[in-house]
Design a protein around this ligand. Sequence first.
Ligand code: GDP
Length: 434
Amino acid sequence: MPNIVIVGAQWGDEGKGKVVDLLTRKVQVVARYNGGHNAGHTVIVGDKKFIVHVIPSGILHPGILCVIGNGMVVNPSAFEKEKDELEALGVEVGESLVISDRVHLILPHHYALEALSEDARGANAIGTTLRGTGPAYEDKAGRRGLTMGDLLRPDALGDKLTEARRHYETICRGSGREPEVDWDQVVAELRAFGERHGSKIKDGSLVLSQQIAQGYSILFEGAQATLLDLDHGTYPFVTSSSATAGGVAVGTGVPPSRIDGVVGVAKAYCTRVGTGPFPSEADEAGVEILRGRGNEYGATTGRPRRCGWFDAVAARYATRVNGFDSLAITKLDVLDELDEIPVCTEYRYEGQTLGEFPADLAVLGACEPVYEGLAGWKSSTSGARDWADLPEAARRYIERLSELARVQVGLVSTGPDREQTIIRAGSALASWFA
Ligand code: GDP
């Protein structure tokens, strides 16, 4: 079986959790490669709802090895809370979970730094989740971060924190605030975490290479999404990690030559959380329908998501930078009641037509969407499991998205449950997961 990446094609919340959960049946290992507990994947199994933040959603399947890859940042107490919550719901989080020793830690000063930074930006605030993720990546890039591996050498912890502490205190003083972090307590908590979870902290790249050598398959679970990627997203309104498929090799230590395919996940429409341009954002009436039927509220923060129509310019871009082999279209059922569905095929900018996604946010912000109106199907697709069960207009809608995004559609999701899914015969996705 091949090693496959699942990556968000839009601004996140596309339903990656459901797709990963479904496809986990066919693999032995699930590895996350980016982000922290700023991400949230909702997975519905029967009448139970699970929300995972840093633990790969493969954990819901007994016997699957889950790896928190080195490209992630983890807050020890948030990790323990999530583990406890999963265990309370009957999920075993024991030896089947490996945390890479190169994972960087999110510590209390990162929360304080993020709040300071968002405050200082005022109207230009990024709209982050205030989970300390960005500052933890900044400490990593600034060569003053702490890693999970450091918890295995507890006596050196105090010294290891020196540079991070100096940096934090300098920023506090510069902004006229008193540093509030109790570093002795931080060290004590980290030591206790190391004692409790040290056996899970391993060389993640080595573990994954051993799994591959044994003939096991890995599903790489992306968090956030293409347009939030630090390099390829709508910078600066992005996350601080490499969410695109290229991030897999860096964020797990599995080389590109061992990655066999990439699945993009996109909603049949589009949403975005936080600030920044969103050319295909719907008008009030459209938002009301999409948010209401799609239940578009963040899994991590509960914030209402901004809603709009499928943006094929962004989708083409996502196909290009990730090299999608197959696209998974989710939440088709949300569009069931519409007479006509607008799809953004191109942008208009200063009288010109733009078919490719611009890097310059000033340009993106000034782009007007060019819409094509596709016929709605005005009937329920909810729970459809066969391509042939979809109304013809729904099939035409999916085919048009595929044509515009320049990638085959291998999966259509018609409801939150695992079973409410169509896997299209003949697609790359079907060949991997049949
Ligand atoms: P992720 O971060 O990409 O995994 O996405 P989220 O978990 O934040 O949001 C996706 C939401 O949509 C979850 O509540 C899912 O249960 C739900 N969902 C996923 N697929 C479908 C679908 O096909 N139809 C409907 N109605 N809901 C879906």
